[in-house]
Design a protein around this ligand. Structure first.
Ligand SMILES: Cc1cc2nc3c(=O)[nH]c(=O)nc-3n(C[C@H](O)[C@H](O)[C@H](O)COP(=O)(O)OP(=O)(O)OC[C@H]3O[C@@H](n4cnc5c(N)ncnc54)[C@H](O)[C@@H]3O)c2cc1C
Length: 442
């Protein structure tokens, strides 16, 4: 590409999830001209709060937020947004040894404690500054190399305790915990002061009142970016002078910098010339662990509030009551393998719920299969062994005028809305500093 005195814009941001929207807002506030290209017909990416055929608006993607998440919390405070507590549960079901068990929270917790303590007890030692995981401590390096379930086997738990721990981590990974690293568990617990109970709370206890769409609007407010929906980017050419972004409709936009916010599992969906470094490509090829589904269900009648857990041997790893709806109950569930459960098939979902509760009748389902969606290819980022040692720093390293940003590349809450905000804001800061320097030298 030849030197261009006036490119079409200063920055092109590819992707309008939380990372892209935060980067666009910060950059435009700093005076940069920004074009944000989003392939979908809406902003929000892997968050999507919308009216549901089940009778009320529902969150199809990212949902739960917490005050332990600093970037989310700053936006919530600035916008005056409130939390909405999730409903409580009165009974817990879990599958272990092929049998359904049922108890109150206290008894269930007795089975959970040894596995959670064993897997997260060293969190603060491994990650003393959890928002700055690199350079790795010796312990973090060892945990990064160790598959989570290998560590679990070393804990000397009873078979039931092991299966209960496996279920909880199948839910966290939204995939097989055999594929995840022990460091992933330590890192999340470290973000919660080393307390796995707070970690569970952060994962499930609160939503944004009015939906994640309100948080998205709050982040977007004040942005002067030129947002173009329904535009799929297919290629990026870059050199020392600038970038050229090629769209599926053949249009091209030139800019000084580009930010790619694609999830790790679809990083190869855009042709970058010259190509991204071998380290980035290898990280993209290995991908991350989550390959599951989230599904909402309407069940006939009122159901006593419950939550249920199962390991990755089952199509659903968690199901629980969320709302009452005109005399019926709305349930939320997660399954570890999108390929093993058709979330649009009410009969398949019904059968999966009956693994715990044969009497429940599911009358309708609502879901978006993010793993099967070519614009996401995953649900939320969860690290494979070796990710911290071999991939994170490289994924965060800009290549000339090309930067990756997104929840998958965050230093703190990677895999969360908070991580998307953190990463998008970091990219914006780095680019606005670079633009300032370029202005001085031009
Ligand atoms: C089912 C589910 C449940 C979750 N639960 C939670 C939760 O409870 N709490 C939490 O904090 N997080 C949760 N997450 C994770 C959270 O939603 C994500 O980490 C976060 O939203 C990622 O934001 P992002 O901007 O990094 O990526 P994305 O939201 O994926 O944004 C990337 C954008 O790029 C667009 N794009 C992709 N390719 C192209 C292209 N070629 N051209 C143009 N645009 C393109 C996509 O359409 C997308 O809009 C959940 C995610 C899912 C799917």
């Amino acid at each position: 590409m030849k030197e261009q005195p006036t490119p079409d814009t200063d920055v092109v941001i590819v992707g309008g999830g939380f990372a892209g929207v935060a980067a666009a807002r910060d950059l435009s506030r700093s005076g940069a001209r920004v074009v944000l290209l989003e392939a979908r017909d809406r902003l929000g990416g892997r968050t999507w709060f919308r009216e549901s055929p089940l009778g009320r608006p529902l969150e199809l993607g990212g949902t739960f937020v917490h005050w332990l998440q600093p970037h989310v919390w700053a936006e919530m405070t600035a916008a005056g947004l409130e939390l909405e507590p999730s409903p409580g549960v009165e009974e817990i079901y879990w599958l272990a040894g092929g049998e359904v068990h049922r108890a109150g929270m206290e008894e269930y917790t007795r089975h959970v404690v040894p596995g959670m303590d064993g897997l997260t007890g060293l969190a603060r030692e491994a990650f003393p500054q959890p928002h700055r995981p690199l350079p790795l401590t010796e312990l973090a390096r060892e945990a990064d190399r160790t598959p989570l379930t290998r560590r679990l086997e070393q804990l000397g738990l009873t078979p039931e305790e092991t299966e209960v721990a496996r279920s909880r981590w199948t839910l966290s990974f939204n995939g097989s915990p055999d594929e995840g690293s022990w460091a992933q568990a330590l890192r999340l617990a470290a973000l919660c002061g080393g307390d796995w109970r707070m970690m569970s709370e952060a994962n499930r206890a609160y939503t944004v009142a009015g939906g994640t769409g309100r948080l998205l609007e709050a982040v977007h407010r004040g942005s002067t970016a030129d947002v173009r929906l329904g535009v799929t980017v297919t290629a990026v050419h870059h050199d020392a002078h600038g970038v050229e972004v090629v769209c599926a409709d053949g249009s091209r936009i030139t800019a000084r910098h580009v930010v790619l916010t694609l999830p790790l599992n679809i990083l190869d969906a855009i042709d970058v010339h010259p190509p991204l470094s071998p380290g980035k490509q290898a990280a993209g090829e290995r991908g991350q662990v989550s390959s599951g589904v989230k599904v909402w269900m309407r069940a006939r009648g009122r159901i006593r509030p419950f939550i249920a857990f199962a390991s990755d041997d089952y199509p659903l790893t968690m199901a629980g009551t969320e709302y009452e709806q005109d005399g019926d109950t709305i349930l939320l569930a997660f399954g570890p393998h999108s390929a093993k459960l058709d979330v649009t098939d009410v009969h398949a979902v019904q059968a999966a719920v009956r693994q715990w509760r044969p009497e429940i009748e599911i009358t309708a389902v609502d879901a978006h299969d993010w793993t099967a969606d070519p614009l996401s290819g995953e649900t939320w980022f969860m690290a494979r062994p070796g990710h911290l040692e071999h991939a994170l720093a490289e994924l965060q390293r800009p290549e000339g005028r090309v930067r990756l940003a997104g929840g998958d590349y965050a230093s703190g809450w990677a895999g969360y809305i908070d991580g998307a905000l953190e990463s998008g804001r970091r990219a914006a800061r780095e680019i606005s500093t670079a633009l300032e320097k370029e202005k001085e030298t031009s």
